[in-house]
Design a protein. Structure first.
Length: 177
């Protein structure tokens, strides 16, 4: 089995300038380390909240780095500089709105302002891009909610096969898949 590559893209003006420690990207990597049971490699990037830069990073992670999964953190709110979902939709051939719907539903259990989130997901070639929130606790909560569907989605688009530790995250695949 080939080693899966997973892109982790932190979108933050301050973190990209070194003024703020990136906690979102490391939180994603830690969650994946606990959940995945197959060999995988994280391809991490930190970029500012600039739509062309985010789009270029997403394209590079999908097309050049051949990441089966690209997980972003940050830039999903309603503020003018929160453009991660816009960049994601611009580079994807198809959107996967169910991911954002489920993440918002789970987040609403914790905080009423979750309705302000514009998290989304989409497919670019053989890559799935998923936008997560920026806070580490919210990252874990949303990954817990959506990750059970991610391995099968990757199967369907011809990407790397991911297996999970069922005690941490039980991935769902239909019988025979």
């Amino acid at each position: 089995m080939a080693m899966a590559r997973i892109g982790v893209l932190t979108v933050s003006d301050r973190a990209s300038r070194g003024e703020y420690e990136d906690r979102g990207g490391p939180a994603i990597v830690a969650w994946l380390e606990a959940a995945l049971t197959v060999p995988w490699q994280a391809v991490c990037r930190v970029v500012p909240d600039e739509r062309p830069v985010i789009e270029a990073a997403l394209v590079a992670l999908c097309d050049v780095e051949a990441c089966a999964l690209v997980v972003t953190t940050g830039g999903t709110g309603p503020a003018p500089r929160d453009v991660t979902p816009d960049a994601t939709e611009a580079v994807c051939e198809r959107t996967m709105p169910g991911f954002g719907e489920l993440m918002r539903r789970e987040s609403l259990r914790q905080v009423p302002t979750a309705i302000l989130s514009r998290q989304t997901a989409g497919i670019r070639g053989r890559s799935l891009i998923v936008n997560l929130p920026g806070r580490p606790a919210a990252i874990a909560m949303t990954l817990d909610a959506v990750f059970p569907a991610i391995p099968y989605c990757l199967d369907l688009i011809g990407a790397a096969r991911l297996e999970t530790d069922p005690a941490r995250c039980a991935a769902f695949r239909p019988a025979g898949a």
